[in-house]
Design a protein around this ligand. Sequence first.
Ligand SMILES: [Zn+2]
Length: 328
Amino acid sequence: MRDRMTKDLTDIVHISSIALTRRTVLGGLSGGLAAMALPLASAAWATTAAHTIRVGDIAVNVISDGHLEVPVAFQLPRTSGSEVDALFKASGIDAPRQLTSPTNVTLVRTQNELVLIDAGAGSTFQATAGRLADNLEAAGIDRGAITKVVFTHGHADHLWGVIDDFDETERFPNASYVISSTEWDFWTHPDALSRMPEVLHGMARGTQRILKRIESRIERRNSGDTIAPGLTYLGTEGHTPGHMSILIDSHNEHLLIGGDALTHSIVSFARPDWPWGSDLDQDVAAGTRRRLLDQLADSRLPLIGFHLPWPGKGYVERNGTAYRFVSM
Ligand SMILES: [Zn+2]
C-alpha cells in the first residue's frame, strides 16, 4: 500500500518532473481567493458563507454543512489526559472535552461538470450538521445543476446528505455518484455489520440504505482513476478501508481534497501516530497520515480537510519530527 500511494501521488502530481514550488501551487489559491458576502439561511453556525478558490481553470467552492461535536475521549481513546492537555497547552489553548469539528463540503466547477465532493450529513445525524442544502441555496447554487457527487468515504457526515429525509427524495436529482470500489464493498457486504464494532451498526444501516437507494447511478472507481476532468481519486485508506482523497489538477496548479485523512488541525499534524477514535483501522490510518504529511510538506501542495478549521484550507509544514497545519 505504501508503494501504491507514494506512486499515485508522485505520478499524478508529477512531483519529480515539475517544479511544484509553493508559489506555483499557492499562486492560484491566493490570487483567486475571495470570501463571498452572502446571506445565511441558517444562523446556527456563524461562518457559513461560501469560499471560492481557483485552481487553474477550475473553480472550487467550500460550503459548510455545519459542524459536529465529538468527545475528546472518543477520538483519543488510547492517549492519557495529561498527554492531551500538554499537546493543547503547547498550542496555547486549554484541552477541550468536546472537539468542535467543522464539516467543509467542496463543490468543483469544471468546464462541463459541477461536482460535489461529499454530501454532508443530512438532517438525522447531529443537530449541528445538515446545513448543506440551506448553504447551497444561500450561495445561489441550484442543487439540480450538480452533475456528479463524489464520496471520499461512507461515513454519515459525508454521505447521508444525498437523501432528503423529510420526503425521501434525492437532494441532487440530476447527479450521478462515484464511490471507491473498496468502500462500496465494505459497506454493502452481506456480513458488513459483523465485521465492525456494534457502535457503528446504526451508521452502517443508514449508509447501506442510502447506497441501495442510489445503486443504479453509482460508479465504483479506484485509486488513480480520473473521476471528472482534472479530478483524480487517490487512495488514503485507514479512516475507512476505501477512503479516497481527490486531487484537483489544472494548468500545473493543484489542490488536494483530503476528506478525513487529516481530521484535526493540531492532533493529526503534531501527533499523527496517536490512534484516532473515528478511524476504522487506526494503524493503517496513522501510516497514511505519516506518508501524506510527508508528501504534502515536501510539495507544499495545498489541502482542504473536511474537518479542518473552516474553510479547511491550508498547507503542511514540518515541525521537528512532526508537522503543523498552516491555515490559508
Ligand atoms: Zn468525517
